[in-house]
Design a protein around this ligand. Structure first.
Ligand code: THU
Length: 135
C-alpha cells in the first residue's frame, strides 16, 4: 500500500471522529506487517481527560486483536471539515507508537497531495522505552 493510499484511509477514518468539544477531528490509518490496516479516530469525552487520540485508537485496536508489528502510519487532522496542512501526533501517541515500532518507523503526515514522511526517532528522539527497564 502506498503512503497516499494509507493517508486516504486515514481521511476516511476521520469521518467517524467524535470531537464535539474541540471540533478538531483526527483520523489515523496504521498498516500492520501482515497487510491489515487498523484505522482510528479521536474519541472525546465530556470529562475531557478520557479523550483518546486517533493514533492510539488505531494502535489499541490492533494490539487488542493480537497484532503488534507495524509497517507505517498515516495521520490527518483539522478543525471541522478542514484538513490541516500538517497534523503531528501528540507526545502521548508518539510514546505509544514507540512501544511497538522501531526508531525508523515511518509516520506519514500532511495531505494526500503534499505528504511528508518522518521517522518515529525524528519525532521522539532520546525516548524512554522497554530497554530502559532492563539491566
Ligand atoms: N488529537 C488526536 O487525535 N491526535 C493527536 O495526536 C493530537 C490530538 C485529538 C485529541 C482531541 O480530541 C483533539 O485532537 C484536540 O486536541
Amino acid at each position: 500500500m502506498t503512503d497516499k493510499e494509507l493517508m486516504l484511509r486515514a481521511i476516511s477514518a476521520r469521518e467517524y471522529a467524535y470531537a464535539p468539544y474541540s471540533g478538531f477531528r483526527v483520523g489515523a490509518a496504521l498498516l500492520a506487517k501482515n497487510g491489515a490496516v487498523y484505522t482510528g479516530c479521536n474519541v472525546e469525552n465530556a470529562s475531557y481527560t478520557p479523550t483518546n487520540c486517533a493514533e492510539r485508537t488505531a494502535v489499541f485496536k490492533a494490539v487488542s486483536e493480537g497484532i503488534k508489528e507495524f509497517e507505517k502510519i498515516a495521520i490527518v487532522g483539522g478543525m471541522g471539515e478542514d484538513i490541516a496542512d500538517f497534523c503531528a501526533p501528540c507526545g502521548v501517541c508518539r510514546q505509544v507508537l514507540a512501544e511497538f515500532c522501531d526508531p525508523n518507523f515511518p509516520i506519514i503526515l500532511g495531505t494526500p497531495d503534499n505528504l511528508s514522511v518522518l521517522t518515529l526517532a525524528q519525532l521522539l528522539p532520546h525516548s524512554f522505552g522497554k530497554a530502559d527497564l532492563h539491566e
